[in-house]
Ligand binder design. Structure first.
Ligand code: NAD
Length: 257
């Protein structure tokens, strides 16, 4: 019997794969036998066994070179996990145009650039491994939750959600699936940095955990498991989907007692 979750031998590229959710994805895909390249502006933390490619997703040429290198190294590219992203705090009045441009350049255009350069490779791969060729974006519950003090970040992720759906429609007949995951608050170095800035980090961590119906933060490995599923042939019929990995935050409208 063949295992529909089998991703052994797939060529994969994970952006932002040197930390947090991306590193968890790179580790899991590697453990399951995929060949994994990590594209990151700082590849110091790229997991063992991965091909580290230092590039900034705001640099179109650097992205193209990194994508082409991964495809050449692996003899093809089947899986793209576009995960690199940065945060921004404040209301619409708090961030100036420069900050808006920069966050959108990383969080939205970064994913556009990666897709643009990966698509020719993915089209070739689709003939080789039907059902196993995909792009997965790391979006966020911020895309639809109406989070306070996150106007710019939420707008960037709302755009990623719309981009995911439009790309899914454009490429479905080419055999390329496009989905996103929407993590709740995940326990990554990013959240660690945010907590370090809080007046009372322990109280802030408890408040973030309490916001999720499960009463705890999501682990990066839990997000990685969802992404590995979306990359696998088990998800061959899944495209244009936003998979929430958020401890029930999005789905449970009535908070459990
Ligand atoms: P993280 O800061 O731990 O890791 C992000 C990685 O992206 C880092 O390795 C960083 O070097 C890289 N990166 C950032 N900007 C880059 C650029 N311009 N070019 C190349 N690489 C770049 O963050 P994380 O928490 O693992 O977040 C990963 C993704 O998950 C982001 O897209 C984020 O928006 C999303 N997300 C995170 C959470 C959370 O609670 N942690 C929740 C929802 C969504």
């Amino acid at each position: 019997m063949t295992d529909a979750h089998d991703i052994a031998g797939l060529g994969a590229l994970v952006t932002g794969g040197a930390s947090g959710i991306g590193a968890a994805v790179a580790r899991l895909l590697t453990a399951r036998g995929a060949r994994v390249a990590v594209l990151d502006r700082d590849t110091t933390g790229a997991p063992d066994g991965t091909l580290a490619l230092t590039a900034d997703v705001t640099d179109d040429d650097a992205v193209r070179r990194a994508v082409d290198r991964a495809a050449a190294a692996f003899g093809g590219l089947h899986t793209v996990v576009s995960n690199a992203g940065i945060g921004a705090v404040g209301t619409v009045a708090d961030n100036d145009d420069g900050e808006w441009r920069h966050v959108l350049d990383v969080n939205l255009l970064g994913m556009v650039r990666v897709a643009r350069h990966a698509l020719p490779h993915l089209r070739t791969a689709a003939a080789d491994r039907p059902g196993a060729v995909s792009i997965t974006h790391t979006c966020s519950i911020a895309a639809t939750a109406g989070l306070p003090q996150r106007a710019l970040y939420s707008a960037s992720k709302g755009a990623v959600l719309a981009l995911t759906l439009a790309m899914a429609a454009d490429h479905v007949r080419e055999g390329i699936r496009v989905n996103c995951v929407n993590p709740g608050t995940a326990d990554t170095p990013w959240i660690g940095r945010l907590l370090d800035e809080a007046d009372d980090p322990a109280a802030e961590r408890a408040a973030l955990a309490a916001r999720q119906p499960t009463g705890r933060l999501v682990s990066p490995d839990e997000v990685a498991a969802a992404i590995a599923y979306l990359a696998s042939p088990a998800a061959a019929a899944v495209t244009g989907t936003a998979l929430a990995v958020d401890g029930g935050m999005q789905g449970l409208r009535v908070r459990p007692p």
